[in-house]
Design a protein around this ligand. Sequence first.
Ligand code: ASP
Ligand code: MG
Length: 420
Amino acid sequence: MKVFKFGGASINSVERIQNVGKILQSFSGEKILIIISAMGKTTNALEKVVDAFFEGRNDDALKLFEQVKEQHLNTLKYLTPLSWQQAENHLKDFFTEIEWLLHDKAVREYDYYYDQIVCSGELLSTAMMSDYLNEINIKNKWIDVRDIIRTDDNFRDAAIDWMYTQQKVTDIIEPLFNTVDIVITQGFIGATDENESTTLGREGSDYSAAIFANLLNAESQTIWKDVEGVMNADPKQFADATFIDALSYTEVIEMAYYGAQVIHPKTIKPLQNKNIPLHVRCFLQPELAGTIISNKTDHKLPPIIVVKDKQVLMELSSKDFSFVGENGISDLYELFATIKIKPNLTQTGAISILCCLDDRPDKIERLALAASELFDVQVKKDLTLLTIRHYTREKFDELTKDKTILLTQRTTETVQVLMY
Ligand code: ASP
Ligand code: MG
């Protein structure tokens, strides 16, 4: 059995959804579990619905949701001319669920509502895809992943209950393949033991696919993207980015950790643990082999470049010229854990600690406030963190030319520079 993941860009128009149908036709006879994200930029649109709702602007929230509805209904009508009524009813069930909620008043925390609303993007896209495939005679079964993936209630970044989920995969998903070749379900979402919807973090569908690949002992996972495969840099930022045909799990987990937007960082572990190869292929050119990520060791890799903007440098200095020492450091890491923020880079000196963090204004403010009880705190914003793996002197010079460097860290493999 194979696991395929189709992201938002691969299903953002009638033509692209039809293209997915063509790709699946070329795999006819194979058993495939398909994980799908929300269409195009639907998740961003739904985030705006959440904001309006949470700020008590219920009418705005309903209006914004109306746009999401229309976009889906307009796409659906071209895809399912024969089974239009039935397909429309599928979508309407999800619309109603959300609209009920949008008439309410927010009494719980933001993240809870975020998950209850944003999860609809994947429910809608998968229902549409399933009905379209049935219409063109690619028989498939649609599954609400919230009946399968059980998580804790850490909304927006929920953790998987692997035991429960394994049981459901064995009891519900596996037997489906005795009657159909294709099973379709949602990426990115799950549910708590109280049937509240949860999400696994932005771009989490890659991870959902890896969870299923692991639990189904799949022969491979394929992520279908709009690029040829994994590149050594973001082609939108670097015109000379080059394609890499094979990478090790280790290299990819490092790239993702440093912020490369290739694959969701949690995706690799479930695959590596069962030695399941991951293919990254282009849905626009399915004849290309793409990149294969596996346990094979890397051959000579080009410099791999990751640029993270919107970085903050926080400098924490002891208030009385004493050493920061191990207590200062452990106090600080406790704050990171409480606030759930992860430094991208740290450096410790005699009387100060430097750390580079993503600029999540709410969290940075909380962290600075709490840390100011222990240290003198200074914050610098609007910085860029550049990471080069397998760096060369030339690449380093080229990418840091005309920049002011605030902090550099290097190992034999990797150099990181915080600059502006
Ligand atoms: N739709 C979600 C997002 O945009 C999950 C995903 O695309 O993987 O973040
Ligand atoms: Mg996506």
